[in-house]
Design a protein around this ligand. Structure first.
Ligand code: B3K
Ligand code: ZN
Length: 874
C-alpha cells in the first residue's frame, strides 16, 4: 500500500509555528472488521487565539466517510492529497470524522496494519494520520479514550493506552473494550492491538507503593520465551527509581510482541509494541547478544515513559531531545547492570563505524536536523547514538550530581509539555551553573570533529605541554564549521605505569580538559619523566583523535592504562596503524608485516590472568572491515579485507598453543545467562576463530564438535560463524542442519539468513537468491529481509562491492520492489549505496548508474527520494 502522491517538499526547523487550533481530547471508536475497519474520531477543538484561518488536518491514504461539527453533517471542507481543510469552524466545537481503512493491505507497517493474525499500530512519527484526519504533530497533547469492537473468538484481547474502563459482549460474537488514558499525549504515542495471545503476567510495586500490573503478550505457544523480557522490565523499573528517581505512573504496563515491525520497538503510553526479536528468548533460541539486546530495548522503551512521554518533543526536529537522552539512559542501565567497559566499547564501535560514516555521507545532519523531507529518515545513528554522546558529554562536564539536578529541574519545568532541545540544555545550565554557551553548537553542527594532539616535554623544568587543535571537515549539508566545546579526558603515566598527578603551579587539574578554541595548549608541571598520555579516555567526545603514538606507547597503554576502555582503544589504534601500513604494502605488491611489539602486546592480553574474559574478547576481536574503511580517504576494499585476514592469521600464529589451552579452559557447565559465563562464551568464540586461522583441518573437527554438543544458541552460532567465515569443510553440512531444525522459526532462522548473506565467497549471491525462496522468507517481513540483505550489503564488503557491480544491481532491484511494499525498510537498506564517498571511481560510477535507475523510478517513495537525490548531488 504505497500511495505515490506524497509531496517531496522539505520542511525547515526554523519554520515552526504554534498550532492554529488545539485538540483537548479525542474519543476513538474502532470497528475492526473485514474488509474495512471503520474509525470514528470525535475531537474537542479549540481555536488558538483570534484568527479566521481554516483548520488543516493531516491524513494519508484515508478513505473519508463523513464529517460532522457539533453533531451536524458538515460540508465546508476540502480534501487534499494528504490533508483535510475545514473552513469557518466555531472557536470551540466537537468534530466527528469517520474514516475507512484496509489494515490487511497495509504492508508499509505504518498506521493500523496486520501482523500475522493480529491488528496493531505504529504511529511514530507520522502514522496516526493513516488512521484518521488529525493535527498529527507532537505539540498537540490530547486526552484519549479508545473503544475497540471486534470478533471475540478471533480477537479475545483488545488493547489500547491507559486503563481499561469498560468491556462487554455485544451478542453477535463481537465484544468491545473501552480504554482511557489519563495522561494527555501526542498522537504518535497512540496504540491499539487486537489479537489472541499468551500472556506473561507479573507485577511491580513502585517505591511510593503503586502496584503496577505487568503483562507481556506473545504469540500462542511462545510463553516459554517471555521470562527474560519480564525480568528486564522489572529491572528497568527499579533502576529508573534508583538512579533517576523516576517512578511509573499508570496501574498497568503492557508489552506486545509482533513479528512484523519496521524497527526495534515503540514506547506507546502504557502499551509498548515490540518487534518480537526484542522480547522472545530462551537458551535454545537466543544468543547472549540477543539477551543483551532485549534488556537494552525493554529498558529503552520503559525509560521513554519519562523522557519522551511525560515530556515530549515540540516538533520532530527535536527528536534527539527524547532519543539521545533515552539512549544515554539505556546505556547507563546496561552499564550499571553489566560490564561498563564492554558496554562502552560496543557503543563506541557504533559511533566510530556507522555513525561517522553517516557524517561522511550525503545524509549528514546535526543531532537536531534543520531540514527534513521524510521524518522516518531521521531516526538515525546521528540523532540516537551521537545524540546520546552529546548527553554523555553533558554528564561528563557536570558530573552525576549536577546532571541529576538538571534532570529534576527539567521535569519540574516541563512535565506534561512538548519542548525543545534548547529547553533541556537550559535546565542543565540553570541547575549546574556550568556555562553551556559553546556546548550548544553540538546541536546545530553536523560532522565529525577531528582533534590533532602533539606533546612537548621539557626534562629540565618538568613541564609537559599538550597542544590540541580541533577541526571539523565540511559535510554535505554544512560547509562552514565552528569550534566546539569538547571535553577531553586524559591521564598521564610514567614508565612504570604509575599515574602522574595533573597539576600546574601548585593547583590540581582535573582529568577532563575543556577544549573550547580551535587551538589550545594545556600545561602541566612537576612531571618528572616524559609521560605516556592516555587521550580521549572513555571516548569523552564523539571525535576522531590524531596523536602520533609509537607501537611501543600503544602496547604500553594496552598493558597499563587504568581504564578498561583505554586498553581496548590502544589495541584498536595499534591494529589501525598496522592496517594502514599493511594496505600500503599490499598495494605495492608486498606482504603484511607486523611489529614484534604488536604481536607481543596481543599475546600478553591473551595471557593476562586478571583481565575480564569479556574485555579480552573485545580486545582480540579485530575491527570490522567497514570500520577500517573509515581510516582511508579512498578505501581499497579488497586490500583491507586481505590485510585484516593476514593480521588475524599472524596473531593466530603468535598465540600458537595458547589457543587450544584457552579454548579448553573456557568450557562451562550448564548454560546460564550471567555475565561471567557470557564473558567466557564470548572469548571462546573469538578463540575458535583464531584456531580456524591457525589450522583449518583441526578447527573443522572442533567446530563440528562444538556445534554438535552445544546446549545453547551462543555456542551453536559461534561454531557456525567460524565455519562460515573460514569456509571450513563442515560449513554447508552444518548450515543445512541448522536450517532444517529451525526452518519454521523466523527469528532463529534469521541467524541462518545472516550466515548466508555474509558468506565470503563469489557465489554468495546465488545462495542469497535461493534463501529468498525459503518458505519462511518474505520480503514483507523486515526482520527476514534485514537478516539476509543487510548482512550481504553491509557485512560482506568484498562481495557486495564486487567489481562487476552485481552486488549493487541486486540491491537496487530489490529496492525497486520494496519501494512499493515498505518504503521505510527500503530506505534503511539503501545505506551502503549512498555512502560511496570512500570508494574508487570505478565503483562510484557503477553505483551512480543504479541510483539513477532509482531516481527515474515512477512513484519513488519520499523516503527513497530524499536519500537518492542527496546521494546523486555528491
Ligand atoms: N520511538 C521509536 C522509533 C520510531 C521510529 C519511527 N520510524 C522507538 C524508540 O526509539 O524507542
Ligand atoms: Zn527511543
Amino acid at each position: 500500500m504505497t500511495d505515490h502522491s506524497q509531496a517531496m517538499t522539505a520542511k525547515y526547523r526554523q519554520d515552526y509555528r504554534a498550532p492554529l487550533y488545539w485538540i483537548d481530547s479525542i474519543d476513538l471508536d474502532f470497528q475492526l472488521q473485514e474488509p474495512l475497519t471503520q474509525v470514528t474520531a470525535i475531537s474537542r477543538l479549540r481555536r488558538n487565539g483570534e484568527h479566521n484561518e481554516p483548520l488543516v488536518l493531516d491524513g494519508e491514504g484515508l478513505s473519508l466517510h463523513s464529517v460532522r461539527v457539533d453533531g451536524v453533517p458538515f460540508t465546508q471542507y476540502e480534501q487534499g492529497e494528504s490533508s483535510l481543510t475545514l473552513f469557518n469552524l466555531p472557536a470551540e466545537c466537537v468534530l466527528t470524522i469517520v474514516t475507512l481503512l484496509d489494515p490487511a493491505a497495509n504492508t508499509a507497517l505504518e498506521g493500523l496494519y496486520k501482523s500475522g493474525d493480529a491488528y496493531c499500530t505504529q504511529c511514530e512519527a507520522e502514522g496516526f494520520r493513516r488512521i484518521t484526519y488529525y493535527l498529527d504533530r507532537p505539540d498537540i497533547l490530547a486526552r484519549y479514550s479508545t473503544r475497540i469492537t471486534a470478533d471475540k473468538s478471533q480477537f479475545p484481547f483488545l488493547l489500547s493506552n491507559g486503563n481499561k474502563v469498560d468491556s462487554g459482549d455485544l451478542g453477535d460474537g463481537r465484544h468491545f473494550v473501552q480504554w482511557q488514558d489519563p495522561f494527555p499525549k501526542p498522537s504518535y504515542l497512540f496504540a491499539l492491538v487486537a489479537g489472541d495471545f499468551d500472556v506473561e503476567r507479573s507485577h511491580y510495586t513502585t517505591k511510593s507503593g503503586r502496584k503496577v500490573a505487568l503483562e507481556i503478550f506473545v504469540d500462542k505457544g511462545n510463553l516459554d520465551r517471555a521470562g527474560f523480557a519480564m525480568e528486564s522490565l522489572i529491572n528497568s523499573m527499579r533502576w529508573d527509581e534508583q538512579r533517576f528517581g523516576l517512578e511509573y505512573d499508570l496501574d498497568i504496563y503492557m508489552i506486545v510482541a509482533v513479528d512484523f515491525f519496521n524497527m526495534g520497538a515503540m514506547e506507546n503510553k502504557g502499551l509498548n509494541i515490540f518487534n518480537s526479536k526484542f522480547v522472545l528468548a530462551n537458551p535454545a533460541t537466543a544468543t547472549d547478544s540477543d539477551y543483551h539486546g532485549i534488556e537494552r530495548v525493554i529498558g529503552h522503551e520503559y525509560f521513554h515513559n519519562w523522557t519522551g512521554n511525560r515530556v515530549t518533543c515540540r516538533d520532530w526536529f527535536q527528536l534527539s531531545l527524547k532519543e539521545g537522552l533515552t539512549v544515554f539512559r539505556d546505556q547507563e542501565f546496561s552499564s550499571d547492570l553489566g560490564s561498563r567497559g564492554v558496554n562502552r566499547i560496543n557503543n563506541v564501535r557504533t559511533v566510530r563505524g556507522p555513525q561517522f560514516a553517516e557524517d561522511a555521507g550525503p545524509m549528514a545532519h546535526p543531532i537536531r536536523p534543520d531540514v527534513v523531507i521524510e521524518m522516518n529518515n531521521f531516526y538515525t545513528l546521528t540523532v540516537y547514538e551521537k545524540g546520546s554522546e552529546v548527553i554523555r558529554m553533558l554528564h561528563t562536564l557536570l558530573g552525576e550530581a549536577a546532571f541529576q539536578a538538571g534532570m529534576r529541574l527539567y521535569f519540574e519545568r516541563f512535565d506534561g509539555q512538548a519542548v525543545t532541545c534548547d529547553d533541556f540544555v537550559q535546565a542543565m545550565e540553570d541547575a549546574s551553573g556550568v556555562d553551556l554557551g559553546r556546548f550548544r553548537r553540538w546541536y546545530s553542527q553536523s560532522g565529525t570533529p577531528e582533534l590533532t594532539v602533539t606533546d612537548e616535554y621539557d626534562a629540565e623544568s618538568g613541564v609537559y605541554r599538550l597542544h590540541v587543535s580541533q577541526h571539523t571537515p565540511p559535510t554535505q549539508d554544512q560547509p562552514q564549521k565552528l569550534p566546539l566545546h569538547i571535553p577531553l579526558d586524559i591521564e598521564l603515566y610514567d614508565e612504570q605505569g604509575a599515574v602522574i598527578p595533573l597539576q600546574y603551579q601548585g593547583k590540581a587539574i582535573g582529568n577532563v580538559l575543556d577544549l573550547l578554541e580551535a587551538e589550545q595548549t594545556f600545561v602541566f608541571d612537576r612531571v618528572a619523566v616524559k609521560p605516556v598520555p592516555s587521550l580521549l579516555r572513555d571516548f569523552s567526545a564523539p571525535v576522531k583523535l590524531h596523536f602520533d603514538y609509537s607501537d611501543e606507547a600503544l602496547a604500553f597503554l594496552m598493558r597499563h592504562a587504568r581504564n578498561e576502555f583505554a586498553r581496548w582503544d590502544a589495541a584498536q589504534m595499534l591494529i589501525n596503524k598496522a592496517v594502514i601500513e599493511g594496505v600500503a604494502r599490499v598495494q605495492h605488491g608486498q606482504g603484511v608485516e607486523l611489529s614484534q611489539t604488536l604481536l607481543a602486546a596481543f599475546v600478553a592480553i591473551l595471557d593476562d590472568g586478571e583481565l575480564d574474559p569479556a574485555l579480552k574478547a573485545e580486545i582480540l576481536a579485530l575491527p570490522g572491515e567497514a570500520t577500517l574503511a573509515e581510516l582511508f580517504e579512498v578505501a581499497d576494499i579488497d586490500a583491507i579485507h586481505q590485510v585484516r585476514n593476514e593480521i588475524h592469521t599472524s596473531l593466530a600464529h603468535a598465540f600458537g598453543a595458547r589457543l587450544t589451552a584457552t579454548y579448553e579452559s573456557l568450557r562451562l557447565p550448564a548454560y546460564q545467562v550471567v555475565h561471567a559465563d557470557m564473558a567466557k562464551r564470548a572469548l571462546k568464540g573469538v578463540v575458535l576463530g583464531y584456531l580456524a586461522a591457525l589450522d583449518a583441518g583441526s578447527a573443522d573437527l572442533l567446530v563440528r564438535h562444538q556445534y554438535a554438543t552445544a546446549d545453547n544458541m551462543t555456542d551453536t552460532l559461534a561454531a557456525l560463524q567460524v565455519a562460515n567465515s573460514h569456509l571450513l569443510p563442515c560449513r554447508s553440512e552444518l548450515l543445512a542442519d541448522f536450517e532444517g531444525k529451525w526452518a519454521k522459526d523466523g527469528l532463529v532462522l534469521d541467524n541462518w539468513l545472516r550466515l548466508v548473506g555474509s558468506k565470503p565467497a563469489e557465489d554468495v549471491l546465488e545462495e542469497v537468491k535461493q534463501a529468498m525462496a525459503h518458505p519462511t522468507f518474505s520480503i514483507r517481513n523486515p526482520n527476514r529481509l534485514r537478516a539476509l540483505v543487510a548482512s550481504f550489503a553491509m557485512n560482506n564488503q568484498v562481495q557486495f562491492h564486487a567489481r562487476d557491480g552485481r552486488g549493487y544491481r541486486f540491491l537496487t532491484d530489490l529496492l525497486i520492489e520494496l519501494n512499493e511494499v515498505n518504503p521505510q525498510v527500503a530506505s534503511r537498506l539503501i545505506t551502503p549505496l549512498i555512502q560511496f564517498k570512500r570508494l574508487d571511481e570505478g565503483r562510484k560510477a557503477l553505483i551512480r548508474t543504479e541510483l539513477t535507475r532509482l531516481a527515474n523510478l515512477e512513484g519513488l517513495a519520499r523516503d527513497l527520494f530524499e536519500k537518492v537525490s542527496k546521494a546523486l548531488q555528491q
